[in-house]
Write a protein that binds this ligand. Structure first.
Ligand code: C5P
Length: 219
């Protein structure tokens, strides 16, 4: 562990997409690369934190010097997060699938002449909301992300209330921004103090700035 203002603090970071199986060979996923979550884990580690990094199947290489817990589905991520508690800080950067397929087939779904398959969905646990609303053992600071395509501040402010987290890192993921899967991010930090717009910067710089804000908040 490195020396720094977060020395002795245990921090949980979720990152990456989740994969929700359809059958043994197919799944539903999203475009998250895990880049922002990975950068956050590294920045927190560099300030001395003990980082538990719960990651879905991301394309970004795992960060060094942190405890990596690999999961595939939202349900597995939920279990891994609950087992990692208690922590002083929870940062939920994963792009968790909102739904999973209900009745995953044990065998590969076959192409037939009598019609197309249809999928039914069921809701996944909302990990951020559950941890934010814990009566016992809630982290001191809970940070969520909001990927929006319109009315970023209004939607993210409502999301912060709904989930019960302390901060929301909101960003615009409209395809023309190139943020999802790209190396830059443009973030608005929503807290009980209102909305603070950060200039567009590299995901590493966003991570460093967030980590130093976390250290300040814990002082
Ligand atoms: O509701 P929405 O998916 O937009 O919220 C995004 C935030 O909630 C992110 O911080 C994400 O990691 C978290 N989340 C979660 N569990 C879910 C869905 C989202 O932790 N099932």
């Amino acid at each position: 562990l490195q020396d720094g203002p977060l020395r002795g603090k245990r921090v949980l970071v979720t990152s990456g997409p989740t994969h929700e199986p359809i059958d043994p060979v197919r799944y539903i996923a999203n475009r998250s690369s895990g880049a922002q979550g990975t950068a956050i884990a590294q920045a927190l580690r560099d300030l001395g934190a003990e980082v538990v990094f719960v990651t879905g199947p991301a394309t970004e290489p795992w960060p060094q010097g942190v405890l990596v817990v690999e999961v595939e589905t939202a349900k597995q991520m939920h279990e891994a997060v609950m087992s990692a508690l208690p922590v002083e800080v929870g940062i939920f950067a994963a792009a968790v699938a909102d739904w999973r397929v209900d009745g995953v087939s044990d065998s590969k779904i076959k192409k037939t002449k009598d019609g197309l398959p249809s999928l039914a969905f069921t809701e996944n646990p909302d990990i951020l909301a559950e941890v934010s609303q814990l009566k016992k053992g809630r982290p001191q600071l809970v940070v969520g992300f909001a990927a929006e395509t319109d009315d970023v501040i209004a939607h993210a402010t409502a999301k912060r209330k709904r989930k019960g987290c302390d901060w929301i890192m909101a960003n615009d993921v409209s395809p023309e921004t190139g943020i999802m899967g790209g190396s830059e991010n443009a973030v608005v930090l929503i807290s009980d103090q209102g909305a603070e717009e950060w200039p567009r910067m590299g995901k590493l710089d966003v991570a460093k700035r967030l980590a130093s804000r976390v250290a300040e908040a814990l002082k």
